[in-house]
Design a protein around this ligand. Structure first.
Ligand SMILES: Cc1cc2nc3c(=O)[nH]c(=O)nc-3n(C[C@H](O)[C@H](O)[C@H](O)COP(=O)(O)OP(=O)(O)OC[C@H]3O[C@@H](n4cnc5c(N)ncnc54)[C@H](O)[C@@H]3O)c2cc1C
Length: 427
């Protein structure tokens, strides 16, 4: 604990959208901050699907954490994985490293895939939550095309069938991008293969895609995907997954060598080991000021936190980047208020709207106070917003060049089989 002779120590776990926002708020303030992340880089998750579908390089969507904070002398960086907290000693336990003492601990470790206990998903499914996941899926897609080019009988076996489970933004974006990759790029790359037989099957258990969006956006997404050749299967559940197939409710067996799991998120497993109250999806339940009840000095934000009362109707903030950023901003201010002996303020989530892109010149955008946008105009808004939100000028420039190249030439640059293997993460 603080001994009076030192400045308060703040440890931030996770340099994602929430963690970075805390760091921005505490930069050059009278506290000593250490940010711990299992990666030495921040990942811009909204563009992961473009890495997975050969639209962008992995390095375009990641930025070194040390480069982000290098100008702020009160912020230090630890590259390590947090495993738990020793509450008696007020120390964060980092795998294989010395523990980190704290006066304030901000948990911003995000979420992970939720397989809902469906057999085979953990072993055979491809999640899309980390840069490694994206590279692994890209390798898998390209590797399956290479395998089919060697032995075309594999097509009937499901080598070129890509099942995507989950009709939220990640599933929709990945399905649209894969369909375009096959039709516009791999068709020419693999001219000895009947690439038109490649299938993208998007499976959603609800009766619509993009369920949080309005009817116009949902209809646009379904039409736009079907026009691109995606098979959209609504009101359909997956009951099990094997290495080369997916079994749907009712017993239908879909031969598919690749299953992308975009069906749901749950809190990072760190939430489980801390002995604090968990809400929906295993998220840590926080008070209105984002502190964790009965754990003085502990705060939780972003995807890891359940924030009842953050929305006007009494609900919790959604698992979206702006919500994590707003929470991070408030926690930084609340920590400084406590240090100054002032009362903390409650969190109130401001809805900035939601967007999803389906493919070239096709997207949906619902922004409060603005009519619903669909098609080219929503796509342009999506491109601009994501460029602005990306961290680092070099990344922005690289993404812009890649997008311009893809748009003008109908080509994709980084279709390399490289880095992590092509097997699913738990294989
Ligand atoms: C594929 C995908 C697409 C998305 N698209 C959008 C979108 O278009 N728009 C939108 O608003 N939201 C989108 N989201 C949601 C948005 O990215 C999240 O809501 C947001 O990232 C949450 O921020 P966070 O800070 O809580 O967690 P994250 O940004 O996930 O950051 C968590 C950080 O914690 C680190 N970490 C995790 N565990 C540990 C540990 N044990 N020790 C140390 N470090 C650890 C991770 O490496 C990571 O850097 C998307 C999410 C995904 C997965």
């Amino acid at each position: 604990m603080q001994d009076g002779s030192q400045r308060p120590k703040v440890v931030v776990v996770g340099a994602g959208f929430g963690g970075l926002s805390v760091l921005r708020g505490l930069a050059d303030q009278p506290v000593d901050v250490t940010v711990v992340d299992r990666n030495n880089f921040h990942t811009f998750l909204p563009l992961l699907y473009q890495v997975a579908t050969s639209g962008l390089n992995a390095a375009d969507v990641a930025h070194p954490i040390r480069a982000i904070v290098q100008r702020h002398r009160n912020i230090d960086v630890r590259h390590g994985t947090v495993e738990g907290v020793d509450w008696d000693r007020h120390e964060v336990q980092v795998a294989g490293q010395a523990p980190l003492p704290f006066d304030h601990l901000v948990l911003a470790a995000g979420s992970t895939a939720n397989d809902f206990g469906i057999p085979g998903v953990a072993e055979h499914g491809y999640p899309l939550y980390t840069l490694d996941d994206a590279a692994r899926l890209r390798n898998r897609v390209l590797e399956r095309f290479e395998a089919a080019a060697l032995d075309q009988s594999l097509i009937d076996d499901g080598a070129l069938t890509f099942a995507i489970v989950g009709g939220g933004p990640t599933g929709v974006e990945t399905a649209g991008a894969l369909a375009e990759l096959f039709d516009k790029v791999l068709r020419d790359d693999f001219h000895t293969l009947p690439v038109q037989r490649a299938r993208v099957v998007l499976i959603e258990m609800a009766d619509s895609l993009l369920t949080p969006f309005g009817t116009r956006s949902r209809d646009h997404a379904i039409d736009a995907l079907r026009r691109r050749g995606v098979e959209v299967r609504l009101s359909t559940r997956v009951s099990s997954v094997g290495v080369d197939h997916v079994v749907l409710d009712g017993g239908e067996r879909l031969p598919a060598h690749t299953l992308v799991w975009a069906a749901g998120v749950q809190a990072n497993p760190l939430a489980r080991v801390l002995g604090v109250a968990q809400g929906p999806g295993g998220r840590i339940v926080v008070d209105r000021d984002l502190s964790v009840p009965d754990r003085p000095g502990l705060w939780a934000i972003g995807d890891l936190a359940h924030t009842p009362g953050a929305v006007e109707d009494g609900g919790a903030a959604p698992q979206l980047a702006p919500a994590a950023m707003q929470a991070g901003e408030l926690v930084a201010a609340n920590v400084l208020r406590m240090v100054a002996g002032e009362p903390t303020q409650p969190f109130r989530y401001r809805d900035k709207g939601t967007m999803a892109t389906i493919g070239r010149r096709s997207a949906v955008a619902e922004i409060p106070g603005v009519p619903i946008l669909v098609g080219s105009i929503a796509w342009a808004a999506w491109l601009v917003l994501h460029l602005v939100m990306l961290i680092g000028f070099r990344n922005r420039l690289s993404v812009l060049v890649n997008w311009a190249w893809n748009y003008l030439t109908w080509d994709r640059g980084p279709r390399l089989i490289f880095g992590p293997g092509a097997d699913p993460p738990h294989h």
